[in-house]
Structures are given as structure tokens and as C-alpha cells.
Design a protein around this ligand. Structure first.
Ligand code: NAP
Length: 312
């Protein structure tokens, strides 16, 4: 049990991230009560069946009343709307945060709508899976994963420390970053890999000479790893692309240049260039394993369904 405690936490959005938060908040005893709000009656009913909170509503403003911590876990394109809906009902001194995968655009959408009497501290847990909805969440999602907070220049240090302690109690390691820098880093480590996966799986599904059954039958040979990423939630990823446009275009530009160079090495039989690149990239993976962000175990049977953690 952690020392950090909020009388009431409101969770707006109860999908993969919101429901994982609900579960870990309960497990760690981080709140006196949990208020849950989501857009559809159907998702709300499921959250209630799963017993994720103490009160349930489809009215975002109602959920935030009297809450000391409000966590917005909706697709980033909806964060401005949510901020407008909750603004008038927020308790003075409350911490309002989010978990969106892009930061500059979320700040631009939410900050103008929120009253200055609350502490708005944007955040992003680098933890996720390709699943969505309240059934997909689990309390261990954030264990040993980074959570990046992107405080604003006027952020109160005490509120920031309290939010950092909350994420640590959820199992995360906490870092702070400038929002623009966050968007650039995430464009390369998360957004570009997802786009490459969406693209390669799209290309395969377009190929008429390779039948669908062959794509599925022989998928173990590399393709399968891409299909996992490419099955991620379409709404979430549409919003990420639209809301981190500049950084993603910058990384796609670099990627295209490097791909052209790789193409050239293959065309001209430049084995040394290929070998040098493939050796350099192997070292990157070793670094990730050494940093504790991946396990070095053969995974031909794919334990992903068991461990279920990824990073977005
Ligand atoms: P999800 O499983 O699809 O859940 C989204 C939730 O948001 C649903 O409960 C949905 O409600 C609700 N919602 C949408 N619009 C709403 C609105 N206007 N008001 C209230 N609720 C609304 O998505 P998720 O994976 O949890 O992602 C949530 C956020 O976390 C996104 O911003 C994403 O970028 C970020 N994130 C995701 C991952 C990941 O791997 N998935 C990782 C880190 C961060 P209904 O079902 O009722 O429509």
C-alpha cells in the first residue's frame, strides 16, 4: 500500500488505460472512491458489471464533481471536448491530467478550456496493448513502464510531485519532458512503428498473388509481429496521426530516406552496408533488454497473450 491517497478520483474514459487505472487504484488503495464516466451506456454498463468503480455516469461533468484527481483517458481528438464539458464542475485545487499519446495537441485543446483554479498536468503512460475497452485492462499494465509527465511552466511543484507519486504507486517509473520533445520522441519510438505496421499489413492484404490464407498460414516469418501492432484501435491511431502531424511527418521523411538507402545497398549488392546496419540495430535491442524494457527469451509461441504488455 502506498502513502498517496485521493478522496475521490474521477476516470473519464474507461477503455484499456482507464480500466487499468481503475484496477490498480483499487488494488493499491489510492482512492476513497472512484467515479467512472464514459461516452456510451454500453461501455458504462460493462464497467459496472466488472465492478471497476463506485459510481457510474455518462455525464463527464457529474463524475468530476468533488474529485481531487481527474484522469482523462479518451482518444486524443476528444480531449478538448471533455475539457469543455468538465470545466465548470471541477473542484478548486483538483489535479486534472490525461494519458493521451500526443502532448502538444492535448495541451492546446484542454488548457484554454480549464479553469486556472485546477492543476492541469498532462501525462502519458508508455504502456499499452493492441486491445481496447474495459475488459482489456489489467492492474499490472503500468508495472515498470515509464510515465512521462509534461508539466506546464506554471505547474505547481507540489501538485506535480503528488501526480508523480500517484504514477509510482501504479508501478510506473516517472520522467518529465517538454511536450514538443515528448511528441518527437514518441513519433519515432511508437507512432512510426505503428504506421509501418499498418502499411505493411495493408500492402500484404492488397496483394492478389499472395492469397489471404498464405498470409495467415506463413505469418510466423516476421509478418505476425506487424499484425499485432496493426490491430491496434483505429480511432486512437487516427487521432494520434492527426494530432502529432509535424513530428510524424518528420520521422516518416527520415524513414523514407533511410529506406531508399537500404534499397540502394540491396540493388548494388553492398553487403558491408547491410551487415553494418543489421549489426548496429542488434545493439539497440540489446540496450532495450538491458534497460529492463523487454525480456530476452525465445518467444516463438508468442507469450504476448500472457504478458500482454507493449508500449504506446
Ligand atoms: P480505448 O480502450 O478505446 O478506450 C477509450 C475510452 O474513451 C472508451 O471508454 C470511450 O468510451 C471513451 N471515450 C471516447 N470519447 C469520449 C468522450 N467524449 N467522453 C467520455 N469518454 C469517451 O482507448 P485506450 O487505449 O484506453 O486509450 C485512451 C487514451 O490513452 C488515448 O488518448 C490513447 O492515445 C492513450 N494511450 C493508449 C495506449 C494504448 O496502448 N492503447 C497507451 C498509452 C496511452 P465509449 O466506449 O463509451 O465510447
Amino acid at each position: 500500500m502506498s502513502n498517496i491517497h485521493f478522496e475521490k478520483i474521477a476516470l473519464i474514459g474507461i477503455g484499456l488505460i482507464g480500466s487499468s487505472l481503475a484496477r490498480v487504484i483499487r488494488r493499491e488503495g489510492l482512492a476513497g472512491s472512484i467515479a467512472i464516466a464514459t461516452r456510451s451506456a454500453e461501455t458504462l454498463k460493462r464497467a459496472e458489471e466488472l465492478g471497476l468503480g463506485d459510481s457510474y455516469t455518462t455525464d463527464n461533468a457529474e463524475a468530476v464533481g468533488d474529485s481531487d484527481l481527474v484522469i482523462v483517458s479518451v482518444p486524443v481528438g476528444s480531449s478538448g471536448l471533455v475539457a469543455l464539458e468538465i470545466a465548470d464542475n471541477l473542484k478548486s485545487g483538483a489535479i486534472v491530467t490525461d494519458v493521451g499519446s500526443t502532448k502538444a495537441s492535448v495541451i492546446a485543446q484542454m488548457q484554454p478550456a480549464l479553469p486556472t483554479s485546477v492543476h492541469f498536468i498532462p501525462g502519458h503512460p508508455l504502456a499499452g496493448t493492441e486491445y481496447s475497452g474495459p475488459d482489456a485492462g489489467f492492474a499490472e499494465l503500468f508495472t515498470n513502464r515509464w510515465c512521462i509527465l509534461t508539466p506546464l511552466p506554471e505547474t505547481d511543484p507540489e501538485a506535480l510531485a503528488k501526480l508523480a507519486a500517484f504514477w509510482e504507486a501504479c508501478g510506473s517509473r516517472v520522467d518529465r519532458m517538454d511536450p514538443q520533445h515528448h511528441d518527437l520522441v514518441l513519433a519515432i519510438v511508437s507512432h512510426l512503428p505503428h504506421l509501418i505496421a499498418y502499411n505493411i499489413v495493408g500492402t500484404a492484404s492488397d496483394l492478389e498473388q499472395v492469397t489471404k490464407s498464405e498470409v495467415i498460414k506463413y505469418s510466423a516469418s516476421g509478418f505476425r509481429d506487424f499484425t499485432r501492432l496493426a490491430s491496434s484501435d483505429p480511432t486512437m491511431w487516427r487521432d494520434v496521426c492527426l494530432n502529432n502531424k509535424d513530428a510524424i511527418l518528420e520521422m516518416l521523411g527520415r524513414f523514407s530516406e533511410d529506406l531508399a538507402s537500404l534499397q540502394r545497398s540491396i540493388r548494388w549488392g553492398d553487403g558491408d552496408a547491410l551487415f553494418e546496419l543489421f549489426t548496429r540495430t542488434r545493439a539497440v535491442r540489446r540496450g532495450i533488454i538491458e534497460a529492463g524494457q523487454e525480456v530476452d527469451a525465445p518467444d516463438f509461441g508468442r507469450q504476448a497473450a500472457v504478458s500482454r504488455t507493449g508500449s504506446n
